[in-house]
Design a protein around this ligand. Structure first.
Ligand SMILES: O=P(O)(O)OC[C@H]1O[C@H](O[C@H]2O[C@H](CO)[C@@H](O)[C@H](O)[C@H]2O)[C@H](O)[C@@H](O)[C@@H]1O
Length: 363
């Protein structure tokens, strides 16, 4: 027996979700102040470890539960593909389900319309992909939902006939009549549920840029209503330092939360708003209040897209399509391996639509 006792503190993450319990040895002679300090220190370390773990796991979560890890990788993959078949192979079933309904397209940007690249400022959309998105938007209402700043994604996509939801859906704008219209300040803005956070986000962006400037490869991106801290080009040995710096800044901002994307830590307001809510908002804005009128198709590759997949699944509406080469836990129904397959899927939709407009309805 020792003279120590174990205090287990089950904590609620300041930003939603339950953190692992804090378990720390407490010497009986500790004063309440010492105990408080010890707890704060332990909590800081635990939060860092939690962030670091999830940085290593990257995004979205690869399948790694006890039932599947014992299986060879090829078996995991074939079992996953049975549950999330290729949207190209399921194309006929998808368009058949749209009978009597309007298909509405919802597209994520990075990793879906543009391949993942090292420099976020150079994630350009290939010319053929732009043509495919433009054609799709001529036949179906189309929206792009992204973690990026809305203006930035617009500068990559450059298509005026689309809805754009930037900052993970916290900045929604309707189609503009021409490309020039898009520069017109607030014109066309439909919803910005986090406006009050603008000064805070700006402050945090500056603090994070300062704190991480000595970490080689780190990049901080101001996405207007959220901030991204990229570590794709940072040596893994420095990931703990990044996590620590981000947490040390965030500790001063209880109204902000930390989420994760693909080799990126994302800081955003704690408001209950995400790509799923933005998808619901857009469906309403498009006038689809009756689920029998619409078949939404959402294509995305990231953890943040899971919020939208979940909305579709929970409402039994349309289809979520996950872009991934490897099995991942997902609420999506179907899969596509990479952006080139997304382009192929969009092209087939357009071809199918053109054909169905030419075919007279018999009966
Ligand atoms: O919602 P999305 O459109 O998928 O945006 C999510 C984040 O995408 C960008 O970062 C990701 O793509 C970069 C370029 O390929 C890559 O370098 C980075 O590692 C990825 O995380 C964007 O830069 C972030 O701001 C978005 O939040």
């Amino acid at each position: 027996m020792t003279n120590q006792q174990n205090v287990v503190v089950v904590d609620v993450k300041p930003h939603g979700g339950v953190k692992p319990p804090l378990s720390l040895p407490v010497a009986k002679s500790f004063s309440p102040q010492d105990l408080k300090l010890l707890l704060m220190k332990k909590r800081f370390e635990t939060e860092n470890a939690w962030v670091l773990d999830s940085m290593r796991a990257s995004s979205p979560t690869r399948i790694s539960n006890p039932t599947t890890t014992s299986l060879p990788e090829t078996d995991v993959k074939s079992s996953w593909i049975v549950h999330h078949p290729s949207a190209l192979n399921m194309f006929e079933q998808i368009v058949t389900a749209s009978k009597g309904k309007q298909i509405a397209m919802f597209l994520d940007y990075d990793g879906t319309l543009s391949p993942i690249v090292e420099d976020p400022d150079r994630a350009f959309m290939p010319r053929e992909m732009r043509a495919a998105v433009r054609d799709v938007s001529r036949y179906f209402p189309t929206a792009i939902l992204t973690g990026r700043c809305r203006d930035k994604v617009y500068s990559f996509v450059k298509l005026s006939g689309l809805y754009y939801a930037g900052s993970h859906g916290m900045d929604i704008k309707g189609p503009s009549k021409s490309c020039k219209d898009n520069n017109n300040g607030k014109q066309g803005v439909l919803f910005q549920p986090a406006s009050e956070f603008l000064p805070m986000i700006d402050e945090v962006y500056k603090a994070l840029a300062e704190k991480t400037k000595s970490i080689s490869g780190a990049k901080v991106e101001n996405n207007k209503f959220c901030v991204s801290v990229h570590y794709r080009c940072v040596d893994e040995k420095s990931w703990a330092t990044i996590a620590e710096q981000v947490r040390s800044v965030l500790n001063h901002y209880p109204k902000l939360k930390l989420t994760q994307g693909r080799k990126v830590l994302e800081i955003r307001p704690t408001i209950k708003w995400d790509k799923g809510r933005a998808l619901e908002f857009l469906l309403e804005a498009l006038g689809y209040n009756n689920p029998n009128d619409v078949l939404p198709i959402y294509i995305g590759d990231d953890r943040t897209d899971e919020d939208a997949f979940k909305v579709l699944r929970d409402r039994g509406l349309g289809f979520g399509i996950l872009v991934s080469k490897i099995p991942k836990e997902t609420n999506a129904s179907y899969s596509l391996q990479e952006p080139s397959e997304v382009k192929e899927f969009l092209r087939r939709l357009v071809e199918w639509k053109k054909l169905s407009l030419q075919t007279p309805i018999i009966g």
